[in-house]
Design a protein around this ligand. Structure first.
Ligand code: NAP
Length: 246
């Protein structure tokens, strides 16, 4: 399905990013795995891909720094000659009630989740515009649509990702580049692992499918949006949330 395609996935050593990498590899793409600090996990992931006969490299970089984002894109092109799929997955939370969020924690979340996504799109778009094709998939969140108590910084960053997605989709559509967002609900990863049991139980009560989703279930949707089957979809926010918001 994605044979001959080259993909770059940010923050991909663990969680949803890792599942996306493995799904893209299964579909036949060559993958560049960006990580920031999870060196041991990325080593394991590279070994797993090699064992399965896939092709991937890993690049360390902090996407909130424009130089690092630029380097990710230029190294991808240097190593593989092109860039067909960008998955902006890297993200962080610094949860607190609104009146307790420090300026530092507000800035950190916006810098990674929103500005980092912007930097990666900006430098990737320069390559894709010349190629006259490409697929960009941004990880937003259902709380970017609904807002959430204790997540004003995170929800603002993820709502920003939706605005960024729609603007980029309009700007780049003329050159055959599709830009979409995926908005997961509660997915079982390190990010949700730390939630207190009470919060988890209350959340499940509000999910029609009565369970959290898996990283794999998000990865399948990302992989679909990266494929030619999604050629007529752009500027959309696809919710993967067990029906939580409808
Ligand atoms: P996770 O397990 O916490 O993993 C986050 C990844 O982001 C890590 O691999 C981390 O890299 C990377 N990262 C953080 N800051 C970075 C930076 N400045 N530069 C490069 N990489 C950076 O999270 P997840 O649950 O898989 O979430 C993945 C994405 O889905 C995020 O954007 C998240 O907001 C979104 N999402 C998740 C859920 C959920 O329920 N899990 C729901 C909605 C949306 P290192 O480990 O190498 O530092």
């Amino acid at each position: 399905m994605l044979n001959g395609k080259v993909a770059l996935v940010t923050g991909a050593a663990r969680g949803i990013g890792r599942a996306v990498v493995l799904e893209l590899i299964r579909a036949g793409a060559k993958v560049v795995i960006n990580y920031r600090s999870s060196f041991a996990q990325v080593e394991g992931l590279l070994a797993e891909i090699k064992e399965a006969g896939g092709e991937a490299i890993a690049i360390c970089g902090d996407i909130s720094r424009e130089e690092d984002a630029k380097n990710l894109v230029s190294t991808t092109v240097k190593e593989f000659g092109r860039l067909d799929i960008l998955v902006n997955n890297a993200g962080i939370t610094k949860d607190n009630l609104l009146i307790r969020i420090s300026e530092e924690d507000f800035d950190k979340v916006i810098s990674t989740n929103l500005k980092g996504t912007f930097f990666c799109i900006k430098h990737t778009a320069a390559v894709m515009l010349k190629q006259r094709s490409g697929k960009i998939i941004n990880l937003s969140s259902i709380v970017g649509v609904t807002g959430n108590i204790g997540q004003a910084n995170y929800a603002a960053s993820k709502a920003g990702v939706i605005g960024l997605t729609k603007s980029a989709a309009r700007e780049l559509a003329g050159r055959g580049i599709n830009v979409n967002a995926v908005a997961p609900g509660f997915i079982e990863t390190d990010m949700t692992d730390s939630l207190p049991d009470k919060v988890k139980e209350a959340s499940i009560a509000n999910i029609p499918l009565k369970r959290f989703g898996s990283a794999q279930e998000v990865a399948s949707v990302v992989c679909f949006l990266a494929s030619e089957a999604a050629n007529y979809i752009t500027g959309q926010v696809i919710q993967v949330d067990g029906g939580m918001v409808m």
